[in-house]
Design a protein around this ligand. Sequence first.
Ligand SMILES: Cc1cc2nc3c(=O)[nH]c(=O)nc-3n(C[C@H](O)[C@H](O)[C@H](O)COP(=O)(O)OP(=O)(O)OC[C@H]3O[C@@H](n4cnc5c(N)ncnc54)[C@H](O)[C@@H]3O)c2cc1C
Ligand code: FES
Length: 244
Amino acid sequence: MKQTQFLVESNRPLTRDVFELVLAGDTSEFSAPGQFAEISVPGLFLRRPISVCDWTASSMTLLVKVVGQGTAALGSMAQGASLDILTGLGNGFECASRNGAVLVGGGIGIAPLYGLAKRLVAQGAAAPVAILGFRSAADVFYADEFAALGCDVRIATEDGSFGTKGFVTDAMAALPEPVYAYACGPMPMLRAVAARVADGEFSLEARMGCGFGACMGCTIETPSGPRRVCVDGPVFRLRDVPRL
Ligand SMILES: Cc1cc2nc3c(=O)[nH]c(=O)nc-3n(C[C@H](O)[C@H](O)[C@H](O)COP(=O)(O)OP(=O)(O)OC[C@H]3O[C@@H](n4cnc5c(N)ncnc54)[C@H](O)[C@@H]3O)c2cc1C
Ligand code: FES
């Protein structure tokens, strides 16, 4: 973990409530997609956890959905603004090529899966199937970016205005039985995906205080005892969290 100042390089809207933030700074603490950053938002006491979507040695890309004060403030950050950020938090995805693996993301949960897909492809794996779920056509983002990596992109929208009508699990039904899922999204989506695969890596969300293991605020119960989502996760192997 490292505390670093980042400068806003660009901030572009992707939909009515999701934006892409590119920040310049030292990203050397990131080692795996699925890790996250804790951003100090001026005027707010607690840092806000945001997954690293992608990174280079000198910049990182974050996708942020506006849900409250902190994310709204990030959405209004102008080019050149400075942010105090803890980087390299959490464990991240294993990033190993697996047969029959699919990426399954719901809404803003697709953010860490983009970095994962990019690294799987860079390692020489066949571009994975990416199943991306949104509320409606107007909420779709990053489908072109996943496609540009070579992914077989399947979109599901709840109102049927784009792609398969329904949830990511409805789009999964059109595939050969996937055996392994890399999943990130709301808890009901994760539960539904877990019921359809033999194994996988699931990125869980929890309300976080510190983000680095000190406050216990993000503790969840697992069969092998309590685990802190910020340091033992946010990515958990499905067999370790069978009762999502
Ligand atoms: C490991 C991790 C990675 C995340 N990655 C991303 C990401 O890549 N992009 C992104 O946009 N968001 C991500 N989030 C969620 C993000 O941290 C919250 O949306 C943000 O902290 C809300 O801050 P706020 O000040 O805007 O909202 P607040 O004013 O704090 O809250 C507004 C509303 O959002 C709900 N909320 C706040 N935090 C969370 C949370 N952690 N989980 C569920 N509901 C919450 C509150 O209950 C409330 O209803 C991630 C969260 C975690 C734990
Ligand atoms: S957020 Fe403090 S221990 Fe996890």
